[in-house]
Design a protein around this ligand. Structure first.
Ligand SMILES: C[S@@+](CC[C@H](N)C(=O)[O-])C[C@H]1O[C@@H](n2cnc3c(N)ncnc32)[C@H](O)[C@@H]1O
Length: 275
């Protein structure tokens, strides 16, 4: 396991994933009934943007750095949460953002496999009765920790894509959760380096028989160079009503603020499987 999210925290890919995650969770909380979130690849929880890792790549400057400098109404709730978490000194990872949104009746389960990152994550949430941190493989956790007793919830899958076969594991994970816990909202991040693997991923999802899937994508340049993270996407299973329209507004705002004005940049909200 070589991937460390500390090098990438707050970059444009985090902005896409986290802005949509915040919208999803806030929308699901329109109902007062309790819900649970399972964050299968949680990272360390909070990232110091002055640390050598973040300084080395400077990726956050092209992501959250720009959003903090130029507020956009479509991103206001996400950016406000990031500020509350200590930005621009610190950037909150997915479990910290989710935790900031939990109501007293909600729960977070966060899994992290890297031993050092798991220790940092555990320390971050020590003593928090609403958060359970697991040193556990994500794919195994999907089986062990679903369905949720609350019968409502969100599963976030955010693998590092450092090993071959990650798209296949993701598609299999989505199908497994859908089979065990039909009502779950699932959100899965993926890289858009070039189009072919993403097309195959969407086809695999559709062919698995899982219904009601949308894909929200943002790319900063034509995704033709497979060695670069040209863009990324979030597949959402069982998206709440209005995700198509309001998620699109978030994507458009992200492109306005984070776009490089390189030829071929864009965003899309695409239906992968019908309701
Ligand atoms: C992209 S980062 C997660 C970032 C985090 N979700 C966020 O948005 O702030 C992926 C994380 O998954 C962890 N990881 C990799 N393989 C895993 C596995 N099989 N099970 C659980 N965690 C894993 C990595 O150590 C890394 O911290």
């Amino acid at each position: 396991m070589n991937y460390r999210h500390a090098f990438h925290a707050g970059n444009f890919a985090d902005c896409l994933k986290h802005a949509l995650l915040v919208w999803l969770l806030r929308t699901m909380q329109a109902k007062a009934t309790p819900l649970r979130v399972l964050d299968t690849h949680a990272g360390i929880g909070r990232y110091d943007l002055s640390a050598p890792e973040a300084q080395r790549t400077g990726e956050w400057q092209g992501g959250i750095g720009r959003l903090l400098a130029a507020p956009d109404p479509a991103l206001a709730e996400y950016v406000a949460l990031v500020r509350q978490a200590g930005a621009p000194a610190f950037y909150p990872g997915s479990p910290a953002l989710v935790r900031a949104l939990l109501r007293p009746q909600d729960q977070l389960l966060a899994c992290e496999l890297h031993p050092e990152d798991h220790a940092l994550l555990r320390a971050h949430f020590r003593g928090d009765p609403q958060v359970a941190v697991h040193h556990r493989d994500a794919w195994e956790a999907l089986k062990a920790l679903t369905p949720f007793p609350e019968k409502r919830g969100l599963v976030l899958m955010d693998p590092p894509f450092e090993q071959e076969g990650e798209f296949d594991r993701l598609a299999a994970g989505v199908a497994l959760v859908n089979h065990r816990f039909r009502a779950a909202v699932q959100a899965c991040w993926y890289p858009l380096k070039h189009r072919a693997p993403v097309r195959a991923f969407h086809t695999a999802l559709k062919d698995s028989g899982v219904r009601d899937i949308l894909a929200a994508e943002l790319w900063l340049r034509e995704p033709t160079d497979p060695t670069r993270l040209n863009g990324c996407g979030l597949v959402v299973v069982n998206p709440p009503w209005k995700f198509e329209a309001e998620g699109s507004a978030i994507l458009a705002a992200l492109l306005r603020q984070l776009g490089t004005r390189e030829a071929g940049e864009g965003w899309a909200m695409q239906r992968v499987a019908d309701e």
